[in-house]
Design a protein. Structure first.
Ligand SMILES: [Zn+2]
Length: 477
């Protein structure tokens, strides 16, 4: 475990931070874990990583700040590859309802009544929860008002691939959405790209979005494919969520299975596609996804609440890059990727019993789950040249975990304990792009109380404006 030779340039001489004394889980290709490791950070980049004694000996004379992190565990910033920042103000408006009520009666009225300011506040609130769970980067699933999201992401100090929700056809769409043509959809996304891509010190990238197959014409799919390819960016799409979706695709497009079979037939599948959920796929569709290099975002809590068991083990075995997402607040309702790691491991072990009739606790082991939230996340958002592992030259996106609490002690196996024991509360500090965005469990970039207060107000107004009424579950007096 020799540290790479540090190269300190004059440009970064003025700020060199050394974090030392920690267990460092690098998630690099060799799966290196330093028992007593150090990282040197200059500007937004990792300049050196290795044993504490060697890094301190080599670089402490140049350091402007040396932070002792004995007793802590460091990992690459977690990457949440499917989150609806627009839906944070809708937490709790669609619990325990069927999917059509969820969509037509709750989420569409909610989202179609959002203002740009609502998107901004919703993203701030969502971002606070993401940061607390160690997320430094997320892929927006497709929401309203990319400009509002971008303002919030810039302020929060997070990194994101932002995407607009895009639909050009469909039953029961709100009137403001039903008027959108295919050309409008493509044009507005290109405008978002021109305006926001590579902004906020390079922390924001803009992707193309397809909400779902039932709201997309073939022309929208193919033009999106071509536009994203031309701009060298990605496409984020909900795929094969429910059996009804597959049935509809089979009836309309005369294919022998569901959405993936149809997307394969029209040549839509390619390696810049991030396919969210991807629950109802058969073996041949898994082969199509694998062959095309499509990435899959597995959202275990949302799957359990609304969709079903995704064949994650089969997809990983087929060589598909599978990462983890939380989905949105009305379908999870926790935006903690830490909780998602725990659930992902458990439900996929449980699914083995359900599909094979016998137990297999070795399915999706902790190290696989850690890969899903780090390096696989980075590959899924086409950013693994700079993110997803702690290595020289990569961005300084770092999570600091303090395991010395009743939730995690004792730590006999620090890899498994990250998945099976860690709680959101154990994430004590988060660095993104070389900047501490959370320290001592306090967000540094926004006033949490102020955001919470604004979010409460905005959500009440928005639900009222959307005409959404929830039925009483119990006798309120
Ligand atoms: Zn979603």
């Amino acid at each position: 475990m020799e540290p790479e030779k540090a190269v300190i340039t004059t440009e970064t001489d003025s700020s060199l931070t050394i974090l030392h004394g920690a267990v460092i889980i690098t998630m690099d290709d060799d799966s290196r874990v330093f028992r007593d490791g150090a990282i040197a950070i200059a500007g937004h980049q990792i300049k050196a990583i290795g044993q504490s004694s060697q890094i301190l000996h080599q670089l402490s004379d140049f350091a402007t700040e040396i932070i002792d992190l004995h007793g802590h565990i460091l990992l690459p910033g977690f990457i949440n590859t499917h989150v609806h920042t627009s839906q944070q103000l809708a937490r709790g408006i669609a619990d325990d309802v069927d999917l059509i009520t969820w969509l037509h009666g709750r989420i569409w009225p909610y989202e179609s009544n959002m203002t740009e300011e609502d998107s901004y506040i919703s993203t701030l609130l969502c971002g606070i929860e993401l940061i607390h769970s160690g997320v430094t980067c997320f892929a927006e699933a497709g929401g309203q008002h990319v400009s509002g999201m971008a303002r919030a992401v810039k302020l929060l100090g997070l990194r994101a691939c932002l995407t607009q929700s895009t639909m050009d056809v469909g039953e029961g769409l709100p009137s403001s959405w039903a008027a959108r043509t295919t050309d409008d959809c493509i044009q507005s996304q290109k405008e978002n790209y021109d305006k926001h891509n590579n902004t906020a010190d390079g922390r924001i990238r803009v992707w193309f979005g397809i909400r779902q197959i039932m709201n997309s014409t073939e022309r929208l799919l193919l033009e999106t494919r071509d536009a994203a390819r031309d701009l060298k960016t990605g496409i984020h799409m909900h795929v094969s969520e429910i059996p009804y979706e597959n049935q509809l695709v089979m009836d309309v497009h005369k294919v022998n299975h569901g959405t993936v079979t149809y997307l394969e037939k029209i040549g839509f599948l390619q390696n810049n596609l991030l396919s969210a959920h991807t629950v109802w796929v058969d073996d041949s569709e898994i082969s199509f996804l694998s062959r095309a290099g499509v990435k899959v975002s597995h959202c275990p809590a949302a799957a359990m609440k609304m969709l079903g068991f995704a064949p994650v083990k089969e997809m990983l075995d087929a060589g598909i890059c599978v990462s983890l997402g939380t989905d949105g607040a009305p379908s999870n309702n926790r935006m903690s990727i830490v909780d998602e790691m725990y659930i992902a491991s458990l439900i996929n072990k449980g699914r083995e019993v359900y599909t094979k009739g016998t137990t297999d606790p070795t399915a999706l082991p902790a190290e696989t789950i850690l890969r899903m939230v780090t390096i696989n996340g980075a590959k899924s958002i086409l950013w693994d040249n700079e993110l997803g592992s702690l290595e020289v030259g990569k961005k300084a996106d770092i999570v600091v975990v303090n395991p010395s609490s009743w939730t995690m002690v004792p730590v006999h196996d620090c890899i498994s304990t990250m998945v099976y024991c860690m709680r959101t509360e154990n994430v004590v500090a988060v660095m993104c792009n070389g900047v501490w965005i959370m320290k001592d469990r306090k967000i540094q970039t926004v006033d949490e109380e102020e955001v919470i207060s604004k979010a409460k107000e905005a959500s009440v107004e928005l639900i009222k404006r959307a005409g959404i009424r929830l039925s009483s579950r119990m006798s309120f007096i």
